[in-house]
Design a protein around this ligand. Structure first.
Ligand SMILES: Cc1cc2nc3c(=O)[nH]c(=O)nc-3n(C[C@H](O)[C@H](O)[C@H](O)COP(=O)(O)OP(=O)(O)OC[C@H]3O[C@@H](n4cnc5c(N)ncnc54)[C@H](O)[C@@H]3O)c2cc1C
Length: 602
């Protein structure tokens, strides 16, 4: 069994869902493609997941469920998403329940927990409005105070699972002149409001996730009791933004599941297809594309897992960290899917060829991840507003409290460390304490230098890791200087150049995450991980954002990485720094078996 406990649920779910290439299994590629073609909601799959009791892992233990940590959560969402993002997203709207776990009364928590566990209940998030998109404060939906509750009026659109859900989290205006405190959040239980006062809007036909219940909801003079308000009146926007910090970071898991399937199905093709007397994988160019895709997945893994664990260890910094992964991981993995499509050749564009056409579905479905839950620009905007403060903190904290910083980094990145309980009250709207991940680069360089005496390490690889980490630090200094010199003003009309700085910040953050992940896990994630070639290659890849190839150390040979990719594929393991076991293909009836049986019958 996998030694890291946080992967046990993912492995168990994988095993029970079975091989996705077996058409008879629930969530098989064939089944999800059929549903997609018919644009049908995946009721049967969702029921299967409820019967498996997966919903318990969306409810924290203190609220009666089994959820303990975000790194466990992202592992099993990857399992769902590698098979079908439509079902994964449909089931995972349940994670909006975190709004209640964070801000609800004991009674609201009990109600929701029982709704999810005992009634197979699901929820949706109704924030967006047709006229206002990302501009939440402009909401036209009104909740007017009346004795005992509110009268809700207005329309939310487009909303995933608006129709097929029993609870709707609605953001509505309760104070016209309240500014940032003009919105309140309601946990509307449809079973307890008058059906005459709300209607569901028609299904929206989408480019990807076609089987989703994409629709909307309209309230007309709908009475909602005061007991359905979450938190105090006027704290709706603050709650919404804190809830986004959680769900945006977790969106990375959807992209990682998709990237795994895109790479796996393409690798299968490349290993099997013969051209010019060799396999496609034997040709240097396709091989490099697939190896680079694997490296990107490993980089994203380090960033995502670090942030997932950061919820427990450093919740005060999540306002920055979640924006980093929502931007960096989703867009990087979108590019991975595009890049490997070139190796799949014409088949990527065909809707039936190759593993039932799962690639074209992944390509369409995955495109939404970087857009919903706050688009790329919205996340970069949330990050860039904090850059000046981060730069100041970095200068102020330089060289101070190194032992506590080291301890926090260890708790976050060492996957064998047990995590403290998550305390949602510690989430901050804006980061005040700095960013440990980039603050710790000096410490990382000292630790790397100490490894020079380790005879198990290839000195050339270690030297590159050190050199490239120094470059990451140099680029951070340049960025800090640019931020200090800029004439930056708060607001929505930011220059494109500031967005570029925010993008670069994300790349540096990801690079530093890879370095810590290696430093703190070299002894327990296997030989491939420990040898560090993947890290040197990944850092070099990330630094290409800043410097031309010829200004970087020469690329190390990547044969070990290519071989690991094929090894993980052959053993049905996740493409990950923690390559946990995936469902094994069913024992096929081999020719030998069949022949033996025929001989016995004769
Ligand atoms: C499949 C799908 C599922 C969805 N699910 C839900 C759901 O469950 N619940 C829900 O509430 N909503 C949902 N949405 C809505 C989604 O969150 C909105 O589409 C989103 O808020 C963006 O709004 P918009 O597309 O109208 O773009 P707008 O916000 O109108 O943006 C228009 C343009 O302005 C740019 N822009 C916006 N803000 C900035 C900024 N600060 N700086 C620079 N440029 C900016 C954008 O990039 C874009 O180019 C879903 C949408 C889709 C497509």
């Amino acid at each position: 069994m996998q030694p890291l406990k946080q992967y046990w649920i993912a492995e168990a779910l994988e095993k029970d869902l079975g091989d996705p290439t077996n058409p008879n299994n629930v969530m098989s590629f064939k089944q999800v493609i059929d549903l997609d073609e018919r644009e049908e909601f995946p009721h049967e799959i969702i029921d299967w997941l409820y019967n498996w009791k997966l919903q318990h892992y969306y409810i924290p233990t203190e609220c009666g469920g089994e959820f303990t940590s975000f790194d466990e959560f992202i592992a099993f969402v990857r399992v769902l998403s590698r098979r079908d993002q439509t079902s994964a997203i449909a089931f995972t709207t349940m994670f909006w329940s975190y709004l209640t776990w964070m801000a609800g009364t004991d009674e609201q928590k009990r109600t929701l927990s029982s709704f999810m566990k005992d009634a197979n209940g699901a929820m949706c998030l109704a924030y967006s409005e047709k006229a206002h998109g990302s501009d939440l404060l402009a909401s036209d939906v009104r909740a007017t105070k009346v004795p005992g509750g509110y009268i809700l009026n207005g329309e939310k659109w487009p909303i995933n699972r608006a129709t097929i859900s029993g609870v709707t989290f609605v953001l509505a205006k309760t104070d016209e002149a309240g500014g940032a405190r003009s919105l309140s959040l309601f946990m509307v239980e449809k079973s307890k409001i008058d059906p005459a006062n709300y209607t569901h809007l028609p299904k929206i036909y989408t480019h990807g996730i076609r089987g989703s219940d994409m629709s909307g909801i309209r309230f007309e003079n709908c009475f909602v009791p005061e007991s359905m308000r979450l938190g105090a009146e006027g704290v709706g926007l603050e709650l919404a933004l804190k809830g986004f910090q959680i769900t945006r970071a977790l969106c990375a898991a959807f992209s990682q599941g998709a990237a795994d399937t895109a790479l796996r199905t393409t690798l299968k093709f490349a290993l099997g297809r013969q051209l010019y007397g060799k396999t496609v994988f034997d040709m240097p160019q396709p091989k490099r594309t697939l190896t680079d895709a694997f490296l990107d997945i490993l980089i994203c893994d380090c960033a995502t897992i670090g942030v997932a664990r950061g919820f427990n260890t450093m919740p005060e910094q999540i306002s920055v960290w979640s924006a980093v992964v929502k931007y960096f991981v989703t867009t990087t993995l979108e590019t991975v899917v595009q890049n490997v499509s070139v190796v799949l050749g014409s088949r990527f564009y065909m809707r039936e060829e190759h593993d039932w056409g799962i690639f074209q579905k992944v390509l369409r479905d995955n495109a939404i991840i970087s857009m919903f839950d706050g688009s790329t620009v919205v996340n970069l905007h949330a990050l860039l507003l904090q850059l000046r403060q981060l730069t100041k903190s970095r200068a102020r904290n330089a060289g101070r409290n190194q032992d506590t910083l080291q301890a926090r980094l260890l708790a976050t990145f060492d996957l064998t460390q047990s995590l403290p309980a998550f305390d949602g009250k510690k989430l901050e709207l804006v980061n005040r304490g700095g960013d440990d991940v980039l603050q710790g680069l000096e410490l990382a360089l000292t630790s790397l230098s100490d490894l020079k005496t380790d005879s198990n390490l290839n000195s050339e690889v270690l030297q590159q890791i050190i050199q490239l980490t120094q470059m990451v630090q140099e680029e951070l200094k340049t960025l800090d200087h640019q931020i200090t010199e800029s004439t930056f003003q708060f607001g929505h009309e930011q220059a494109p150049e500031v967005f570029d700085i925010a993008k670069q910040y994300c790349v540096l953050h990801a690079a530093a995450s890879c370095v810590y992940m290696w430093l703190y896990n070299r002894h327990h994630l296997g030989d491939f991980f420990a040898s560090g070639e993947w890290l040197a290659l990944s850092l070099r890849k990330l630094l290409l954002t800043f410097r031309p190839a010829k200004a970087l150390p020469a690329r190390l040979g990547d044969e070990a990485v290519s071989q690991e990719l094929v090894r993980l594929y052959s053993h049905n393991r996740m493409f990950s720094i923690v390559p946990f076991q995936l469902a094994q293909p069913q024992q096929q009836e081999t020719t030998t078996d069949a022949t033996q049986r025929l001989q016995l019958q004769a």
